[in-house]
Design a protein around this ligand. Structure first.
Ligand SMILES: NC(=O)c1ccc[n+]([C@@H]2O[C@H](COP(=O)([O-])OP(=O)(O)OC[C@H]3O[C@@H](n4cnc5c(N)ncnc54)[C@H](O)[C@@H]3O)[C@@H](O)[C@H]2O)c1
Length: 418
């Protein structure tokens, strides 16, 4: 009998239909489920998961369960849980899930700790909060732990930092670093869903707006391209000269945040860095500016500075908070948390298909390792990326060419020149 903490059991029916819908759009993950459901390679394996509780995560959970795993789950952001999906995971799937939308920070960590009680062999994390929490009492967990996976850029950065200090205590597979993850999920997934979140919250017309995108990495690129596609004038801010140059040559204006803050209509942060829209920029914002964040944590927009300067606040709707700053109104979407998950449904299922196929393969690898891997951050093998990309193409009925023996020898050789 599963223990759980969810908002409302009666939402399970709607949640189940949402997961069924996602499943229709995740052919690679579903084919892996079909392949492994009789072999049960995860029999006897306990997994604690800390991923956004969305319909796509529901499909991953069904897949892990059908391969034999025992699961316990929490959300990885206080505002991203879809309560109907959480209900279906608990009631229909019989999984211990501890998550609801709108939890306090204390409740958030209590939920993670509840999901850890299973004493996992494997952790699945997004942002590294679960992994860091396990490290706080590592001696209670170490004997059972085979390893963990990490879903996002910021989580991988945190765990590599832990490794550099010599304090990473168990092996982690960096799912984010798979090409079939970051070149698709971060770019096309966030590129679409972040704008979806802003549009659902505000219903503004992007066409003709000055949109400022902070950061031109994977997420920033996708958002910039799609905002431009909607007719916005996109300006990028960066700290890395190479990324800034790419933005310029991709056709966007590039400037500093200080300069951009005076003319931007909509700001979207995508950096994984803190105080990107900080005190100085907030001082310059024009009346009516809209602020949203697509980076992992709610540190990119200095919300404390908005709070400090505001003379009045109005909750315009569930996801828009209006700050009145001496003769200017500034609108913050979704408390400065991941706008695509707070104000929309997160990434489209089609890209999560590849991200979660990478998660599934990584979990299989950790289960097979039985704890024999050294505590370090591991990359995804190239062959896994290729296999997932090929399976995705196949699901789209797309064939590609293969190298002839002669071509392969030519590409790997040195002798043939001019
Ligand atoms: N919303 C989502 O669903 C979602 C999905 C994937 C990744 N993410 C998160 O989005 C963030 C970015 O991920 P990514 O894969 O694009 O990372 P990335 O490393 O590819 O890109 C980040 C970019 O931000 C730039 N940057 C850093 N600090 C800056 C600053 N102060 N001002 C301007 N630019 C700055 C960097 O130079 C880099 O080009 C991370 O926090 C990641 O975890 C969110």
């Amino acid at each position: 009998m599963a223990h759980y903490r969810i908002k409302d059991e009666s939402l399970a029916h709607t949640g189940k239909k949402k997961i069924d819908w996602a499943e229709e759009h995740m052919p690679v993950l579903v084919s892996l489920r079909d392949k492994y459901r009789h072999k049960k390679p995860l029999d006897g394996i306990r997994i604690s998961g800390c991923l956004h509780v969305t319909k796509e995560t529901g499909v991953l959970i069904r897949t892990l369960k059908s391969s034999g795993a025992e699961l316990s789950w929490s959300g990885c952001n206080p505002l991203s849980t879809q309560d109907d999906v959480a209900a279906s995971i608990a009631i229909d799937e019989g999984i211990s899930v501890y998550a609801s939308r709108g939890v306090s920070t204390d409740q958030y960590y209590e939920d993670i700790n509840s999901a850890m009680k299973i004493r996992p062999n494997i952790t699945i994390d997004d942002g590294a909060d679960l992994t860091v929490e396990i490290h706080k009492s590592i001696n209670d967990f170490k004997s059972a732990l085979y390893g963990g996976t990490e879903e996002t850029t910021t989580g991988v950065i945190r765990l590599r930092a832990l490794q550099k200090l010599g304090k990473l205590m168990y092996p982690i597979i960096a799912v984010n670093d798979a090409e079939t993850k970051h070149d698709f999920d971060n770019v096309y997934g966030t590129g679409q869903s972040a704008l979806d979140g802003i549009i659902r919250a505000t219903n503004i017309l992007f066409s003709g707006k000055n949109v400022i995108v902070a950061g031109y990495g994977h997420v920033g690129k996708g958002i910039s391209k799609n905002a431009a596609g909607l007719g916005a004038n996109v300006t990028v801010t960066e700290v890395d000269p190479i990324s800034a140059l790419k933005a310029k040559l991709d056709g966007f204006s590039v400037t500093t945040m200080k300069h951009a803050s005076s003319f931007g209509d909509v700001f979207i942060t995508t950096t994984g860095c803190k105080d990107v829209i900080g005190s100085e920029a907030i001082g310059e914002l024009k009346d009516g500016a809209i602020l949203a964040n697509a980076g992992h944590f709610n540190v990119e927009i200095a919300v404390s500075e908005l709070e400090r300067r505001s003379v009045n606040k109005v909750q315009v709707n569930e996801n828009i908070l209006q700050y009145d700053l001496n003769h200017r109104k500034v609108y913050l979407i979704g408390e400065g948390r991941l706008v695509n998950l707070v104000a929309a449904d997160g990434h489209p299922s089609e890209v999560m298909d590849m991200s979660f196929a990478n998660q599934f393969f990584s979990v299989l690898k950790l289960a097979e390792s039985k704890g024999s891997l050294q505590p370090m951050v591991y990359d995804i093998p190239r062959e896994q990326d290729q296999e997932i990309a090929l399976a995705k193409l196949k699901s789209m009925n797309i064939d590609i060419d293969t190298l002839t023996q002669e071509q392969e020898a030519y590409l790997n050789g040195f002798s043939q020149g001019t």
